[in-house]
Design a protein around this ligand. Structure first.
Ligand code: NAI
Length: 486
């Protein structure tokens, strides 16, 4: 019996490359059946604010696998990217991108004889991709960067499991915890905790800027790297560049219930309708999907045929040896079909190698899944009040803040753009019109959240309060950062 999946052809070159890929699947007798869903630009234009019809959403939630072409996000209509929304709404928390040297795709590394074979696992839901941003004053915008313990654990565990399945011996965590001590710190701490469960995988961590340098100078040293969302986004495009560009970058968005497989590139409006687009990235994504679903023999046969075809110098117009005429999209697919059963010169892959596991399909949920860590002692110890203070200098603002103190509190510090400017600071620190004013409870006092809110409310009589953040301790450890210079 065939397994049914949802297919969205996408916009621009989407239908052309999807047709090519499904033609290859059919030629290899892949036992999949396709239910085409209505998603993409024309559905935004028709008034569907999410870019998909209700029926499309239902079908995808029912079938659990979406194979999609690239989709255009209409500009300037206040709509969010359908690609990002789909990943977030369906909690496809792990974005896996495999990068490897492909014979026939020339890069500086292939010319130097340095083979690349690495996987980036990018957290797909959290971080700045929540898009929670506010203008606090006319001059100051802030964005919330959300990193959670369950969200980090989910993707990190996936990365270790994937490393084990692929027979990798090591997994690195890329981060910037030296600067973002609590957000990246939480991601790194979770990585180090989970690493203890995988003693067979050598775990290490690397600061993301150092990682970028080493990826460019010694990419062969890495097997798999797990990162938070934005850093993972940037690093994975860097890796696409190492192996020949976005035209060769597949991507799997893996969740426990729904998974989405798509190429990394966009709709290529400049070449749409010409029949010349390169279907390789979508085909590689389809191969990831076949493995994920357990069709490992099909995945291996098609991958070998693709690699063999590339080795023979057959190419679309966007890459390859210009002395060999470029194939059309369908011509390229036909060449792969003609080569089904062939293996590339390195012996290729077998149905057994790189086996992914068929997991999580058809888990129908009745309630939203909610994960909470309990049993940690927590204490509220103060509040940061973010204020717009006009032309006030730090000492003047401190005098106003002191008026709001009760017996329970101290005024601890004032910072501007994260740098302490009161009680000590430098006259050379430049100021913008948004300060953070920190009130902490005095030792031995017990305070309530209402008292903290009162301080902010009272303070608003003197200055505009933009926002408040409470200062918490969890298990005795402070859950907020100190100001630079504090
Ligand atoms: P793009 O990836 O569509 O195009 C960049 C350049 O690469 C163009 O010159 C294009 O012709 C070329 N190119 C891309 N894919 C190709 C292929 N398969 N074969 C041959 N050449 C290819 O990026 P751009 O122009 O920034 O974005 C265009 C649209 O795509 C936008 O509306 C954007 O929102 C959307 N987009 C959608 C994505 C998705 O659905 N996951 C991802 C990225 C962009």
């Amino acid at each position: 019996m065939k397994t049914k999946i949802a297919v969205a052809q996408g916009d621009g070159i989407g239908p052309e490359i999807m047709e090519a890929v499904l033609k290859i699947f059919a030629a290899n007798d892949v036992q999949l059946e396709y239910e085409y869903v209505e998603m993409g630009k024309s559905y935004f234009d028709a008034g569907h604010s999410t870019g998909m019809t209700v029926a499309a959403k239902q079908t995808i939630e029912e079938l659990g696998i979406l194979f999609k072409g690239p989709m255009e996000t209409p500009k300037g209509k206040g709509v969010k990217s359908i690609n990002v929304t789909a990943r977030k709404v369906w909690n496809t928390y792990a974005n896996q991108r495999d990068f490897r040297t492909l014979n026939g795709v020339e890069t500086v590394f292939s010319k130097a004889g340095i083979p690349i074979n690495l996987t980036i696992i990018r957290e797909n839901i959290e971080d700045t991709y929540g898009g929670i941003e506010h203008m606090l004053t006319y001059d100051v915008a802030v964005g919330r960067r959300i990193i959670t313990r369950p969200g980090s654990a989910q993707v990190i565990r996936y990365a270790f499991e994937m490393a084990r399945r692929k027979g990798y011996t090591k997994l690195a965590c890329g981060h910037k915890a030296n600067i973002m001590k609590l957000t990246d710190g939480l991601f790194l701490e979770t990585f180090q905790e989970i690493a203890k469960e995988y003693p067979d995988i050598q775990s290490s961590d690397i600061i993301v800027d150092d990682l970028c340098m080493k990826l460019v100078t010694q990419p062969q040293k890495f097997q798999a790297i797990v990162l938070t969302n934005l850093q993972g986004d940037i690093v994975s495009d860097l890796c696409a560049g190492l192996v020949g560009g976005l035209g060769f970058a597949p991507s799997a968005n893996i969740g426990d219930n729904i998974s989405i497989f798509e190429a990394v590139h966009g709709t290529a409006p400049d070449i749409m309708g010409k029949g010349i687009a390169n279907p390789t990235a979508l085909l590689l994504s389809g191969i990831l999907m076949l493995r994920y679903m357990g069709f490992t023999e099909n995945a291996a046969t098609i991958e070998n045929a693709l690699l063999y075809t590339l080795e023979r110098g057959i190419h679309t117009g966007d890459f390859g040896n210009k002395s060999i005429p470029a194939a059309t999209t369908i011509g390229f697919a036909d060449a792969i079909i003609a080569n089904l059963g062939q293996v590339p010169s390195d012996g290729g892959v077998t149905g057994k190698s790189n086996v992914e596991i068929k997991t999580g399909l058809h888990h129908h949920l009745k309630k939203n899944k909610l994960t909470v860590t309990r049993g940690i002692k927590e204490e509220m110890v103060g509040v940061d009040v973010f204020v717009e203070a006009g032309d006030l200098q730090p000492a003047e603002l401190a005098e106003l803040a002191k008026k709001r103190l009760t017996d329970n509190f101290d005024l601890v510090m004032i910072s501007n753009r994260g740098t302490q400017v009161w009680p000590t600071g430098s006259i050379y620190t430049e100021l913008v019109n948004e300060y953070r004013v920190r009130f902490e409870k005095k030792p031995g006092k017990t305070i309530t959240q209402k008292e903290l809110l009162h301080i902010a409310a009272d303070f608003s009589e003197d200055v505009k309060v933009c926002s408040v953040e409470f200062l918490m301790k969890f298990g005795g450890k402070i859950g907020y950062t100190l100001a630079q210079g504090q």
